[in-house]
Design a protein around this ligand. Sequence first.
Ligand SMILES: N[C@H](CCC[C@H](N)C(=O)O)C(=O)O
Length: 290
Amino acid sequence: MITLHHIKASGNHYLMLDNRREKRATDEFSRLAQKIAQDFPNMKSFIVLEDSTEEATVKMTTFHRDGTECLLCGNGIRGVAHFLFDENPEKNVHQLIETRHATLHVQKIVDDISDHLYRVEISPMSLLMETLNREVESGTTFIEKRLKDITRKLRFTAIATPTPHLVTFVKETDGLSIAERQLIAEKLTQGNRYFPKGINVSFVKVDEDKLYVDTFETVAGHTFSCGTAMAASGLLYSLLYLREFGELIEVKSAGGTVFVRARQTPEGQYWVELQGEATLIEHIVYDESD
Ligand SMILES: N[C@H](CCC[C@H](N)C(=O)O)C(=O)O
């Protein structure tokens, strides 16, 4: 028997194991993710919390439904923040969460309207193709480029959040049908000539400085929302369109609304503040032998 904490953020459901208490062996996590996925068809990802080896409150590892690891989950990390602040309400300023690539700041936002609002750091973010595991000359970027074998209508920008994303800003005049969008997404998320391992892709529409993001992921497919994709879209909108950082951008998806503020460190490293809700739905006592 293990206890699973059911979290919802931006329309997605996550099941979380607090291994600080459960003490399962690390090499069981991937298999457990696949088993839980069979029993919970709505689960998007499986999250495991462990003691941090660094100065963070906890270490978070995220697994896709197929048991492979996801480098960072921008919605799930808000769920982890919610869990940690619930556990320790006096720590209401900020906490640190260790992830695969970086230790990230999370903060509870005290707000009159919502009691479940969290601001999380999405970092490091990079436009360098080598950070997307591509064998390319160091320093190469892929900004507003066409992928002629896939579609001639759109331009794409590649960004690591550190999960790999392609973002395209779609205009009414591009005349892109839903079926075409689906086909492009299928080609990109599966292995292709440009990205042999496949890549997450987001179609972004801009209306009065609000972004509407529709994301297709490599493992999860078409999703209500993807936190790192919304972060990537906000950062690229700031960089390529607004040409300034620091503005709070409203980002909408089928899973709801979040706010994104693009940032750059004095050394030039990009990162994002992602602000949105997360709720703890229930604690489930799970018997894996069933
Ligand atoms: N769903 C995650 C991103 C996972 C993307 C996944 N397809 C990968 O490349 O690991 C999020 O909310 O940020």
